[in-house]
Design a protein. Sequence first.
Length: 219
Amino acid sequence: MKRTVWALLCLALPAALLLTACATATPGTPATPGPDVTETPAPQETASPAPEETPPPSAEGLSGPLIEVVRRISDDAGSRIGEYGVGMVFDTEVSAENQNITLLGITEEQFSTHVTDAAVSQGMLAHLTALIQCKDEAAAREMKSLIAAGFNPGWMVCVSAEECVVVESGVYVYLAASTSQACEELLVSFDEAAGGMGTPDRFHLGVTGGDGGGIEIAP
């Protein structure tokens, strides 16, 4: 009996090995490779350049006591047009304590509110220039408007300035009341000294009277 079992085992073992060797596993279907996916980098935010600020006017030409600056501006303009034809010129400081404030056509309260310093240059005929330093640029713009509204072109009583013009630059306000030619040259000199200026307000354009040399003769 044992021999029979062993004989069967001996026959079965080779058959099993043969079946194992002949069996071929069915290969699986290879996965089809997908297209390469390239990640597109997210766009980087580019910071917009800050807008360039317009530099404020350089007022180096206005440095020093205002009474001296007024004289420098007048001398510079006079060097181009010669004599103003307005007689002797006097330079005076303006403050809330003296009567010169009335020359600007403003009140003491307006002066105290907006102004830190001021000087006036006045001729014997209808010729006047003034330089006013205000507390800030807003005060300068307000002072420009106040002078244009309140200044009296006939402050000399018997004669009147041919032209009156006021302009601002930063914290400064410049007033010129004289002949039209003188006003033009004075504005050029102020513009150069201040390093730039705003839009001039020509609030009075009179009629040249007779032999007034550009000065309007008041009726």
